[in-house]
Design a protein around this ligand. Sequence first.
Ligand SMILES: Nc1ncnc2c1ncn2[C@@H]1O[C@H](COP(=O)(O)OP(=O)(O)OP(=O)(O)O)[C@@H](O)[C@H]1O
Ligand SMILES: [Mg+2]
Length: 381
Amino acid sequence: MTNQTDPTGDVRLTGISKTYGAFTAVHPLDLTVPQGSFFALLGASGCGKTTTLRMIAGLEEPSSGTVFLGDQDVTALPPYKRPVNTVFQSYALFPHLDIFENVAFGLRRRGWKSVKKQVEEMLDLVQLGEQARKKPHQLSGGQQQRVAVARALINHPKVLLLDEPLGALDLKLRRQMQLELKRIQTEVGITFIHVTHDQEEAMTMADTVAVMNAGRVEQLGTPADLYENPRTTFVANFLGTSNFIEAEVDSKSGDDIVLKAGGGKLLLPEARCGAPTTTGGKVLVGVRPEKISLTHADDAGEIPEGRNRITGRIADSSFIGVSTQYVVDSPVCADFEVYAQNLDRDPRLVPGAEVVLHWNPAHTFGLDATQDADAGVEEAA
Ligand SMILES: Nc1ncnc2c1ncn2[C@@H]1O[C@H](COP(=O)(O)OP(=O)(O)OP(=O)(O)O)[C@@H](O)[C@H]1O
Ligand SMILES: [Mg+2]
């Protein structure tokens, strides 16, 4: 682990906001990014990611609030006086300079005479030692992107800001570069704040993800925590897919809440419920598609006791190699999604088949039913 606990390098935003006339791009925001962490700001287009990043860089003046780097209040400092560098989506390399000179640029500007050792170290770090004498147009998109990272890192910033740096790359190269950037960050141990609208990208790379929605951070946590314990329907839908059943609180049984949905009962661990649990209250019961098993109705007797179960009919199925994705119509929820790993495929599980969906109650989460169950669905698409 390169994560350091030295608080002198944390990025701390307190009450930071940005308004343009009557429009609020970023609502007052408190956020701490620990030194050495790989932090992602994730959200749909227009939610305020770039604006937040630009306020950290000093490229945008906040309407309120303070930016701290460690103990230093940098809010009034111009960008070049902050120990921060930014890599943008368009890498903006100098076309007439070769790769070596592109990377050396920051040092030369500060009057360094001998830069060879530093530049070579940086080129090795991004695995471009062989390409030093090429011009930017002779490199692939991914290679150019790595030059941009090297050019920023050679200044030894405390924080590297990355604004959709992989946006211009095709999918395969993007996946490769995600791992590459993660490796570089681990090696140098510098704080990376990475802006993206791609949830898979944020989950692959970051230690901590802040999910932004309409100028606010909706939830912050590790990728696994956000995925397993979403606190809003927006987060549940924006990160992966969630099924929701509207249910009513019936009673309590040990650590579980018993809920009524349709004619049946569902169990929900009380600790995983973010809604009021008074009897008669409404809860949105959430469950991820890969947590659910599908059993043909004829075999319903074989389903172990103690699992949550609902009945339905397969409306659609698509075979995608590692798994089959089913859409099931159920009286309690239209378009229930189920992902089944391709182990032993039951040939009876085809559109039209009557099925029982069942899952471990521990994999159920409960959300406040006053929210829109479809929030974040479109944005994630
Ligand atoms: N200079 C400006 N004047 C007025 N509105 C602005 C200005 N800059 C940004 N905005 C608005 O602020 C909101 C947030 O913009 P921002 O660039 O931070 O979004 P983003 O999350 O980075 O989106 P994207 O993923 O599309 O890059 C948007 O609605 C945008 O139109
Ligand atoms: Mg942006």
